[in-house]
Design a protein. Sequence first.
Length: 210
Amino acid sequence: MKLILLGAPGAGKGTQAEILSRELNIPTISTGNILRAAMKAGTEVGLKAKAFVEAGKLVPDDVIIGIIQERLSQEDCQNGYILDGVPRTIPQAETMEKLGVEIDCALSIEVDDEVIIKRMSGRRTCKDCSQTFHIVNNPPKKEGVCDFCGGELTIRKDDAPETVKARLVTYHKETEPLKKFYEERGKLCSVDNQPTIEATTAEIRKTLGI
Ligand code: AMP
């Protein structure tokens, strides 16, 4: 299964990607997580990306394409992958197509902006392993502590309400046109956000026939 998850920031792409990744035994490739790790480690890519990420802007396409080419060439991607948050622009999608990156389906998770804004204010992210939680919808067993690695849960800088609004504007302008791009290639499917994570997963399973 070679899957792209499309959707606004906070639509639940990361959460659903982790669930599908475990079930299908294929890796999730999240450019957001790769960039945050690079920023934390202070690598060249991290230094290039920092100002864009913190302002809620998109990182330049060439940086993203470099990351994705490198990651997809690794052994664990040979049987499939879930792309979370990439491509994010038409030029990224076109370049990936030219590079021969295969896609079975681009799955869009549809969520209203008002729901996103409310949801992002409760999101908490592990500073060590990037796992996300939500203080109401998906709370950790112990407040402020990651269930998976014991790391400290923090609020991502770019989850601040003003930055979320900027990210939504960017999503509608730059990323949403990808729905048409994949529709024209007969690859688009979409699911509506459901009241719970499990119900959204069930909708995705039905749509993908898995
Ligand atoms: P995410 O965790 O997917 O919400 O990504 C966090 C931030 O990383 C975004 O707001 C962008 O600044 C940057 N980013 C992640 N993926 C991409 C991409 N494919 N293209 C450009 N910027 C990206």
